[in-house]
Design a binder for this molecule. Structure first.
Ligand code: NAD
Ligand code: DAU
Length: 376
């Protein structure tokens, strides 16, 4: 197969591209990325000389370039990850999110439609796989603020913590109720993908995943930002009371799910991806502080006073919790890593790759960081 992976220089894309290039030497992988602030080719240095890998610097909104690439390289499959992905940025600049996430997805779909419909076999053996988020479902209630035993356990949630904070979970049949400009743009793009299946018969798949963590995540997101701040003993800006709940999955487990669903998932179907691994932000932050302190040889927990409660995020969704039992039942996917192992691995990676972090956090990033937190 010849496969385009968009957004391959970003956090999740890096892991998906690496998995596909190494696992499928017979495929040719085209990593299409605009290299925005979030794209970083240093993430993929080890793949530069692989014969089955090509990087293409392009904007997914550039319909002519995408169509020409598909025609020239006989593209059979698309895994579409490219997006603006940070909720706080979407609150400040919603237009960029509508452009990339909505128009960019539409441009990818239309290019695929025109190219695939021009072939004798048309959509036979083709696949358009759109990567979406659990945030499209909106926010769940916190019916059990102190936590209860969850209805399911996976490897990800098999550690000591193992709690659920409500009775309801995001299932694939829930209505979309996005709240932020980011999630509204992702919801809109999901609708376009399904419309291309229903209207033109394009073989599409959509998946909605929970919060990912792991190496190569841009340090505007909670986990890498806080690891770096603890290391440098900078304040940790906790939004609101730190009571919001997120459901965390190790990024390589998401990449494995994408591989499985790309090859074995049902066309026109939707799968939720998550590890039943809910955490209140403040609890995860305490785990991060203890882990960084221990690994740096400081007294465990001595940096707790870096916790700084700041103004809440506007429209901050209270709780996300994915029900991924359909994916586990139908395709046999399971997370491979317990959360405690994943966090330890992740903290070690950021501490061992300080140069990667320094390259990103110098220059423009510093200005962004200051403007983001100046008024909080
Ligand atoms: P990211 O912000 O780390 O990376 C996004 C990548 O897309 C970057 O390499 C960037 O350069 C590229 N890009 C942005 N605009 C582009 C454009 N117009 N044309 C081409 N490339 C462009 O994002 P991520 O966290 O890796 O998320 C990837 C996808 O997964 C997104 O669609 C996101 O909505 C979805 N998702 C993310 C998470 C998560 O926890 N990070 C969870 C569920 C779903
Ligand atoms: O659920 C999937 C989504 O997870 C993805 O679709 C998004 O692309 C990804 O960014 C992520 O969204 P969140 O908004 O949940 O992630 P973030 O890391 O920005 O924030 C996690 C939680 O931590 C959230 O409740 C806000 C809080 N937070 C975040 C930052 C950056 C803080 O309290 N302080 C912070 O400085």
């Amino acid at each position: 197969m010849n496969v385009i992976i968009t957004g391959g220089a970003g956090f999740i894309g890096t892991h998906v591209v690496r998995l596909f290039v190494n696992k499928y030497p017979d495929y040719h992988i085209f990593n299409v990325d605009k290299l925005t602030y979030a794209g970083n080719l240093a993430n993929l240095k080890d793949l530069e000389n692989k014969p089955n890998y090509t990087f293409v610097k392009a904007d997914v909104c550039d319909f002519d370039t995408i169509l020409a690439l598909m025609q020239r390289e006989h593209i059979d499959g698309i895994i579409h990850l490219a997006a603006e992905s940070h909720v706080d940025r979407s609150i400040k600049d919603p237009f960029t999110f509508a452009r990339t996430n909505v128009m960019g997805t539409l441009s990818m779909l239309q290019a695929a439609k025109i190219y695939w419909e021009s072939l004798p076999e048309k959509y036979e053996g083709k696949r358009f796989y759109h990567i979406s988020t659990d945030e499209v479902y909106g926010a769940l209630e916190m019916t059990h603020p102190d936590g209860i035993m969850p209805p399911f356990t996976t490897k990800a949630s098999s550690g000591e913590h193992h709690l659920a904070y409500g009775d309801k979970f995001f299932t694939e049949d829930l209505k979309y109720m996005p709240h932020s400009p980011y999630s509204a743009s992702k919801a809109s793009s999901d609708h376009f993908v399904r419309a291309f299946h229903d209207t033109y018969g394009m073989p599409t798949i959509v998946t909605n995943c929970s919060n990912n963590y792991g190496p190569y995540q841009f340090p505007e997101k909670l986990i890498p930002l806080f690891i770096n701040n603890i290391r440098h003993r900078r304040p940790l800006p906790v939004y609101g009371k730190g009571e919001n709940v997120r459901d965390w999955l190790y990024v390589e487990d998401h990449a494995r799910a994408i591989d499985l669903i790309f090859h074995k998932g049902n066309v026109a179907d939707t799968y939720n991806i998550g590890g039943f691994n809910e955490w209140k932000n403040i609890d995860i932050i305490k785990v991060l502080i203890k882990t960084v302190d221990r690994l740096l040889g400081r007294a465990e927990g001595e940096d707790m006073d870096l916790i700084t409660y700041v103004t809440d995020r506007a429209g901050h969704d209270l709780r996300y919790a994915i029900d991924s039992s359909k994916l586990q039942r139908e395709l046999g996917w399971e997370p491979s890593l317990q959360f405690e192992e994943g966090i330890e691995k992740t903290v070690r990676w950021y501490l061992d790759n300080q140069e990667w972090m320094d390259n990103i956090t110098s220059g423009e990033y510093e200005k962004y960081y200051e403007s983001m937190y100046a008024n909080r």
